[in-house]
Design a protein around this ligand. Structure first.
Ligand code: BTN
Length: 261
């Protein structure tokens, strides 16, 4: 396909967001955009700054995992937020981001994505994107949060590190230019961030987008595994699991698998 390098000028061209991308910092290679964004935020970088890289040498996933993507094929970015949120509501940023990715995929590729609790975006049941939210809190408020997004865009089959992953290109059958897709993501995220700052949490919409609800699942929380029916989620983003003995178990985070019938 044509040369698809990202450029700050192209990303900013006609972007039209209120908060997201007032500043865009594009790097050829970093250890992790989340780590870079965190240091910048700690040094006072404002709300809405976007850190993007063509390649990461130490991309991080949840639970200490690594996130791999060949240079120039994916969208790897982290957004600095200074939200008006209590620390226990920080998951709202992950919810809003998953929904924005879904909006953006629909708008710019017509693909219908699903959300898997707590932080994955799926295409045809396979993982296409992951979200890693990290926050620094001060007392009862969030000082800043960094929301990292890894979206598989133009990776071909062999370039995906895990077997149940996919990319936008694999789903469409052809590669796509990354800049317009990134702009759409930033616009969708901007709109949803305005709503969140206006006091509207995305929980209900997020719950409706989750593939997980209504399924019999297995949740791995640290060392323990819980089996039950994924009944609902609460405002903190925790999964409420109806265990076989009738008790309700609240899983704040973890890994969820479809349980054997
Ligand atoms: C997960 O699924 O576990 C979350 C993956 C998040 C990956 C992205 S890539 C850009 C940003 N920088 C990182 O080091 N991680 C996130």
């Amino acid at each position: 396909m044509h040369h698809d390098a990202l450029s700050e000028a192209q990303i900013l061209d006609g972007l039209g967001t209120l908060c997201l991308g007032q500043r865009i910092l594009l790097y050829e290679r970093v250890d992790s955009t989340n780590s870079v964004a965190r240091s910048l935020a700690a040094a006072g970088e404002p709300d809405g700054t976007v850190v993007i890289a063509e390649e990461q040498t130490a991309g991080r996933g949840r639970l200490g995992r690594t996130w791999l993507a060949p240079g120039g094929t994916a969208l790897l970015l982290s957004v600095i937020f200074r939200p008006c949120l209590m620390p226990e509501r920080i998951q709202a940023l992950t919810m809003m981001t998953a929904l924005a990715l879904r909006d953006a995929l629909l708008l710019s590729t017509a693909l219908r994505a699903e959300v898997k609790w707590p932080n994955d975006v799926l295409l045809s049941g396979r993982k296409a994107a992951g979200i890693l939210t990290e926050a620094r809190t001060m007392g009862t408020s969030v000082e800043f949060a960094v929301v990292g997004i890894g979206l598989n865009v133009n990776q071909q089959e062999g370039a995906l590190p895990i077997p149940d992953a996919t990319s936008v290109a694999l789903e469409l059958g052809h590669p796509v230019p990354r800049v317009p897709l990134l702009q759409t993501i930033l616009r969708c995220l901007d709109r949803r961030y305005q709503r969140l700052q206006g006091g509207q949490p995305p929980t209900a919409e997020w719950a409706a987008a989750l593939v997980t609800l209504g399924q019999r699942v297995q949740v791995v929380c640290g060392e323990r595994t819980y089996l039950g029916l994924a009944e609902s989620v609460d405002d903190s983003g925790a999964l409420l699991l109806r265990l076989d003995d009738g008790q309700l178990f609240r899983a704040p985070a973890g890994d969820v698998h479809t349980a054997p019938a």
